[in-house]
Design a protein around this ligand. Sequence first.
Ligand code: NDP
Ligand code: GDP
Length: 337
Amino acid sequence: MSKKTALITGITGQDGAYLAQLLLDKDYRVFGLTPRRSTSDVNLKRLESLGIVRNITLIDGDLGDLSSLIRAVQMAQPDEVYNLGAQSFVQASWQQPLLTGQITGLGAAHLLESLRIAKPDARFYQASTSEMYGLVQEPIQSEATPFYPRSPYAVAKLYAHWMTVNYRESFGLFACSGILFNHESPLRGLEFVTRKVTDGVARIKLGLEKELRLGNIDAKRDWGHARDYVQAMWLMLQQKEAEDFVIATGRTTSVRDMCRIAFDVAGLSMEEHLVIDPELFRPAEVDILLGNPAKAKAKLGWEPRVSLEEMISEMYYTDLERLKTSAQAHSPVQEQA
Ligand code: NDP
Ligand code: GDP
């Protein structure tokens, strides 16, 4: 049987890197869309850290540019397309609401259009989010729970979600929306709260910082590990029929308690170092998210494997090692050597 081919947008992000690794392990040919940035080398860091950058074919393109997407699809001729590219940070979406709409929302429509035009038999995965539940309408959110987005990011993602459903129903595209709850890892962006915490606690441990500043620590999230979650994306595209799935752990934890796990792992007192900064509160908050992954378990055979404690510990120790290494690299002794 000939190799399967996948095209991933957002391949330089956290999920893109882990998904590319998973697909390469399954012997796929992997193409990744990369938008133009002034520092082209920096964006490959995650792929480099997994040691897979040489095994991927990168294609220049941007979710805001339909013509580049059509060309990317024509070039890759993908069996599967994973749309992970986005302006993905909720907080930034209040500062850049229109860009978020154009890339996170309309970008998905561009990609669906490019498939409709150039490769209608390709299978399509849309990276939807639990943020779409926002002001939650049910205590535990499933595929049947109504949405109530609370940020420009969530509004944009909701448009992309419904376009995915609509292209499936209108044109028969094999298009799936994966409604993924928060998922983290050592490759998570430093601006997201788990990574900000593990990096911040590691800095305090090494004496590089004295305090960690956070906003609303009463918010609760259902946190899983990104490596587990990319497995679910792939499984969705292997089914007989295209459907939407919630991917979650079924456990919710406050930012406060997640933060305490990190301080405990480091053997430090949270009370001594944590500072609440009102500037970091959001214009509208998503107070609590808790997903029900029963459908994914029943139909995909998917279950989360990594606990929050294991994940925070992994992230903390990875940050600690990275910071130690970079401190050594910048020490006067090293500079002379
Ligand atoms: P990241 O922020 O780590 O990655 C986003 C990716 O999108 C990067 O590769 C980025 O490229 C790329 N990108 C940004 N703008 C454009 C553009 N104009 N054209 C093409 N690509 C672009 O996100 P994650 O890996 O964490 O998440 C993957 C997807 O899943 C995102 O869509 C996110 O919104 C969604 N999601 C994530 C969840 C999570 O908890 N992680 C939960 C639910 C959904 P560059 O590196 O050059 O900036
Ligand atoms: P989100 O769920 O996609 O918005 O993921 P984040 O990791 O950015 O935020 C998760 C929760 O942590 C939200 O409710 C934030 O308000 C809360 N939070 C509290 N302090 C901070 C902070 O300093 N940075 C971030 N990113 N979030 C914070």
